[in-house]
Design a protein around this ligand. Structure first.
Ligand SMILES: [Zn+2]
Ligand SMILES: [Zn+2]
Length: 317
C-alpha cells in the first residue's frame, strides 16, 4: 500500500522551537513504522516561504522576503538533518518545482465551475501605501471578541474575513485602513458541503479534535474563500487581469503535499497517480491552528480540480 505522510510546512519566518518538533515528530514515527512494515512510504514536507508572516519578518529585519525565507529554510534543513528526521523530500514553496506545479494546478482550476470572480472591499493602508491582506491587519474577532488577524482568529480558530473584523487596524503602523474594491478569484467551497460533510463523518482516521473543529465550521455555514491576494510576494496568478496579484498562501502551500510527492518520486506520473489514488492512505501531521486549512480548504481545492485526488484519510491533530 502507498502511504503518504504530509508533515506541516513550517513558516520560514523564525527559528524552529521545541513545539514545532513535538508537533512534527509523529509524522516521522509513522514513516518509520510503515517502512519497517514493508509499505511504500512517501514522507514529505517543506518550508512555507510565502505570505504575510514572511513579509512582516523581512520588513522587520531589513531583508528581502526571498533572503529571509531562504535563510530560515537552510536552518530548518540543518535542524531536521541533525535531529534525524527521515523525510523522503523536504522542499520549499519558493522553489521552481513547487511554483510550476501550483501554477499548472491553478490554471486548470480556473476553468472549473467552482471558481468565480468577485470584487470585494479590501483593506488598504494610506500610511503604508499598500493593501493589507491576512496578517497585515489586526482587530477584534466578531466570533469570540479575542484579538484576531485578517486570515484567522488565534483564540477561537475561526477563519476571518477583513470586512467582519471589529476595530480593524494596520498591523504595521496602527492606522485604520479604508476599504477599496479589488477583484479576486474565489473558490466556491459551498459547492462541496455534501462531500465535506461526508468526508468528516466517514473518516475513521481523523482525530476527534479535527472532527469536532471541522463539524463546527460546516455547521456554522461554509463560506467561499478568495484564493488571490493583493501582495508582491508569492506565486503569480496564471490568469489575465491578475498580474498584480499573488495566489493566497493557503491555496498554494497545501498543494505542496502534491508538488513534493511528485518531486519525491522523480516526477514519475504513474507513481504519483498511485500515491494520490483512492487506494493510498494519507496522513496529515500538523498543529490545531491548521485544521480548517487541511480539513476544508485542501479537500475543496482537490475536489474542484476534478482530478479525483485522494482526500485526507488521516488527520493527526
Ligand atoms: Zn499601515
Ligand atoms: Zn475568535
Amino acid at each position: 500500500m502507498d502511504i503518504l505522510i504530509d508533515g506541516a510546512w513550517v513558516y520560514a519566518n523564525g527559528s524552529l522551537h521545541i513545539g514545532h518538533i513535538a508537533g512534527l515528530l509523529s509524522g516521522d514515527i509513522i514513516a518509520r513504522y510503515y517502512r519497517l512494515a514493508g509499505e511504500q512510504v512517501c514522507y514529505v514536507s517543506g518550508s512555507d516561504c510565502h505570505g504575510t508572516p514572511v513579509t512582516i519578518r523581512a520588513k522587520a529585519s531589513g531583508q528581502s522576503p526571498e533572503a529571509i525565507s531562504d535563510q530560515y529554510h537552510d536552518e530548518f534543513v540543518r535542524c531536521f538533518n541533525y535531529l534525524g528526521f527521515s523525510y523522503d523530500y523536504y522542499g520549499k514553496t519558493s522553489s521552481k518545482g513547487h511554483k510550476a506545479f501550483v501554477m499548472a494546478f491553478h490554471q486548470k482550476l480556473y476553468e472549473s465551475p467552482h471558481i468565480y470572480e468577485k470584487a470585494e472591499p479590501t483593506p488598504y493602508c494610506d500610511h503604508c501605501g499598500r493593501f493589507l491582506p491576512d496578517r497585515l491587519v489586526v482587530g477584534v474577532c466578531p466570533n469570540c471578541a479575542g484579538i484576531c488577524r485578517g486570515d484567522q482568529c488565534d483564540h477561537c480558530g475561526q477563519i476571518s474575513e477583513a470586512p467582519d473584523i471589529i476595530d480593524i487596524q494596520c498591523s504595521d503602523c496602527g492606522h485604520v485602513p479604508r476599504f477599496i474594491t479589488s477583484k479576486h478569484l474565489y473558490l466556491r467551497i459551498t459547492d462541496f458541503e455534501k462531500e465535506l460533510t461526508y468526508l468528516v463523518n466517514d473518516s475513521i482516521g481523523w482525530r476527534k479534535n479535527a472532527i469536532c473543529f471541522t463539524n463546527r465550521y460546516i455547521n456554522e455555514g461554509l463560506r467561499d474563500r478568495a484564493i488571490t491576494r493583493d501582495l508582491d510576494w508569492g506565486i503569480d496568478v496564471p490568469k489575465d487581469g491578475y498580474t498584480d496579484k499573488k495566489i493566497y498562501i493557503w491555496a498554494e502551500n497545501v498543494l505542496g503535499y502534491l508538488s513534493s510527492s511528485y518531486l519525491a518520486v522523480g516526477c514519475d506520473q504513474e507513481v504519483f497517480q498511485r500515491i494520490w489514488s483512492q487506494d493510498a492512505r494519507h496522513y496529515y501531521v500538523h498543529g490545531k491552528d491548521n485544521i480548517p486549512f487541511h480539513s476544508i480548504i485542501l479537500p475543496a481545492l482537490l475536489l474542484a480540480s476534478g482530478e479525483k485526488y485522494r482526500l485526507p484519510s488521516h488527520i493527526m491533530y
